[in-house]
Write a protein that binds this ligand. Structure first.
Ligand code: C5P
Ligand code: MG
Length: 192
């Protein structure tokens, strides 16, 4: 199996690049942000809870997100593996993911691919995306800045765990989208 953690701050292009990676390597994307938004749209209890955090640009509590991800991972899939997009976002989520992948898939995380983008470019991209995304958390600069703040406070340190395991690669996430994809593909080829 190939199991990729697609990592990077909000607006770094994880969703876009996940689309290219799933096609290239026949993987299933699991985006915890998309799962939350699906639940919000359908007004589920989980959606209501998640919305109260997402609308402030804060992280949803670990166990809520971990349980949702576990449910998704248990659904049958005949792909070569998974791309985790927007998860893990904390050390606790990282440790949980390792366990879940071992228990549910009898496998492990192959690599953490990290998209590197300057903060000011992130803010510009998210404001722009907010013009069409309909996402409440893209529509306000203060919320956007809080999401980036949360990233540095709780998420950035996740990279260290993968670095220690020798499972970490960085790609500059600014420039031509296809060229960025090619660089990501090359990192996956190295470990195949
Ligand atoms: O990944 P994405 O940027 O789509 O996530 C949108 C929001 O969903 C985050 O800003 C956060 O509020 C919430 N989220 C979370 N924990 C995750 C993934 C997303 O709290 N692991
Ligand atoms: Mg996304």
């Amino acid at each position: 199996m190939i199991n990729i953690v697609l990592f990077g701050p909000p607006g770094s292009g994880k969703g876009t690049q996940a689309q290219h990676l799933i096609e290239k390597f026949n993987l299933k994307q699991i985006s915890t942000g998309d799962l939350f938004r699906y639940n919000i749209k359908n007004e589920t209890e989980l959606g209501k809870l998640a919305k109260s955090y997402i609308d402030k640009g804060e992280l949803v509590p670990d166990q809520v997100t971990i349980d949702m991800l576990t449910d998704e991972l248990r659904k049958p899939s005949n792909t070569n593996g998974f791309i985790f997009d927007g998860f893990p976002r904390t050390i606790a989520q990282t440790e949980a993911l390792e366990k879940i992948v071992r228990q549910e898939l009898n496998s492990e995380i192959s690599i953490c691919l990290s998209l590197v983008v300057d903060d000011e470019i992130l803010v510009q991209r998210l404001i722009k995306r907010g013009e069409t995304s309909g996402r409440t958390d893209d529509s306000d600069v203060e919320i956007i800045r809080n999401r980036i703040k949360e990233y540095y406070a709780k998420t950035a340190e996740v990279a260290e765990l993968y670095k220690k395991q020798g499972k970490y690669a960085e790609v500059i996430g600014v420039g031509n989208i296809s060229e960025i994809s090619e660089k990501l593909f090359a990192e996956v080829e190295k470990i195949k």
